[in-house]
Design a binder for this molecule. Structure first.
Ligand SMILES: *Cc1c(COP(=O)(O)O)cnc(C)c1O
Length: 379
């Protein structure tokens, strides 16, 4: 049995850039600029240049980023917000938390991102916003989403928590980064994300000066001028230590994403022609930066048995996500009918995510993929 294989390897990644990270963190501690230190602005500027977006505004985490986005757009209780049924709870949680009405839509069987036809059908007079999720590192099909939004006067908030660094190509050849195409983009710097810090962190992106101004106000207790509160806001900041870490890691982001892509290519070729599973689909108009490497098992493959088999060989695997949002108790009335979500239902029953991070060795990749192939051949 091979030991030391993990879903993510943050320690190995840290060890390669230890001196640089330690130095930058020491600088923050040495100056005690823990809140709103200069490193926050520096990182925001560097990230906005990298993404090609006018404003990057740091905040406490990716969930806060989504909540702040909805608050900054001035949505009112009862307004409908459409998002995908197959995503992490945070996306829909904030909609419900603000008294808005989440409207869940099934996903595309190839990209696992929001289904465009079903999205169009879900739009009503009360719809105010769409939150496409760039799931597992690949962009939702933004061009038709933006056209629909324009036609129906809707806001678009991109949940880019799993796709920092991914790009989308429009029909006219224009290439844009995930999170910079809609009115607002949000991301998370949770340690395991493609651009992760050493704790919690998040950010919002926008090209619109007025929206940026509103975002800054919402995130800072609803004030522009200290102690003059214009609206009820929240307290959500990217702390200086995390910004210092992120400013170092941003330089390596493209390399990190390339390492993930090489690992994915290794898996792809090892699984080529192997009956029993489907490898991740690569859309023509989006890069895939493999936040997760997620296969879809054939209906007759016993997923739990495969997971146990891998576990015995020292290989972790995970199910993202085991339960569709429309069946989550917390969502109450927003829950739909299983009939409307056949693709999400299918995915929840059959997806499996394999170890995916920047430090995987060929030896580990060979061992993992051989073990999967072995199980499928001998079942
Ligand atoms: C991680 C994640 C979030 C939430 O980010 P946190 O920083 O953990 O709050 C939101 N949406 C998606 C799709 C995510 O993967």
């Amino acid at each position: 049995m091979m030991t030391g294989i993990s879903m993510v390897d943050l320690k190995g990644q840290y060890n390669r850039i230890k001196d640089e990270i330690d130095g930058r963190m020491q600088e923050v501690v040495g100056t005690a600029a823990f809140i709103k230190g200069p490193q926050v602005k520096l990182f925001e500027d560097h990230l906005s240049r990298y993404l090609g977006v006018n404003h990057v505004i740091g905040c406490g985490n990716g969930t806060d980023a989504l909540q702040i986005a909805l608050m900054a757009l001035g949505l009112k209780p009862g307004d409908e917000v459409i998002t995908a049924d197959f995503t992490f709870i945070a996306t829909v949680e904030v909609i419900a938390l603000l008294g808005l009405k989440p409207v869940l839509v099934d996903v595309d069987p190839d990209t696992y991102t929001i289904d465009i036809e079903k999205l169009e059908k879900a739009i009503t007079r009360r719809t105010k916003a769409i939150i496409p999720v760039h799931l597992f590192g690949q962009c939702a099909d933004m061009e038709p989403i933006l056209l629909l939004a324009q036609k129906h006067h809707l806001f678009v908030i991109e949940d880019s928590a799993q796709a920092t660094g991914a790009t989308y190509t429009f029909a006219d050849g224009t290439v844009k980064h995930a999170g910079t195409m809609g009115h607002i983009g949000t991301t998370s710097f949770f340690p395991s994300k493609n651009l992760g810090c050493y704790g919690d962190g998040g950010a919002l992106f926008t090209n619109d000066d007025a929206i940026a101004d509103k975002i800054r106000m919402v995130a800072n207790h609803g004030m522009r001028v200290r102690y003059h509160h214009e609206m009820i806001g929240v307290n959500s900041r990217l702390d200086t230590l995390q910004a210092a870490v992120l400013d170092v890691k941003l330089k390596y982001l493209d390399n990190y994403n390339r390492a993930r892509q090489s690992a994915a290519e290794y898996y792809d070729s090892a699984f080529e022609g192997v009956p029993g599973l489907m490898i991740p689909f690569r859309a023509d108009n989006s890069s895939h930066i493999f936040h997760q490497y997620t296969v879809v098992l054939d209906e007759d493959v016993d997923r739990s048995a495969l997971m146990n088999y891998l576990q015995q060989k020292g290989i972790p695997s995970m199910i993202y996500y085991p339960i569709p949002l429309h069946r989550q108790e917390a969502l109450g009335d927003a829950r739909g009918n299983d009939v409307d979500f056949p693709v999400t239902e299918m995915l929840c029953n059959r997806v499996l995510s394999l170890p995916m991070h920047t430090e995987l060795t060929e030896e580990q990749l060979g061992y993992i993929s051989n073990s999967v192939v072995e199980f499928l051949a001998n079942r």
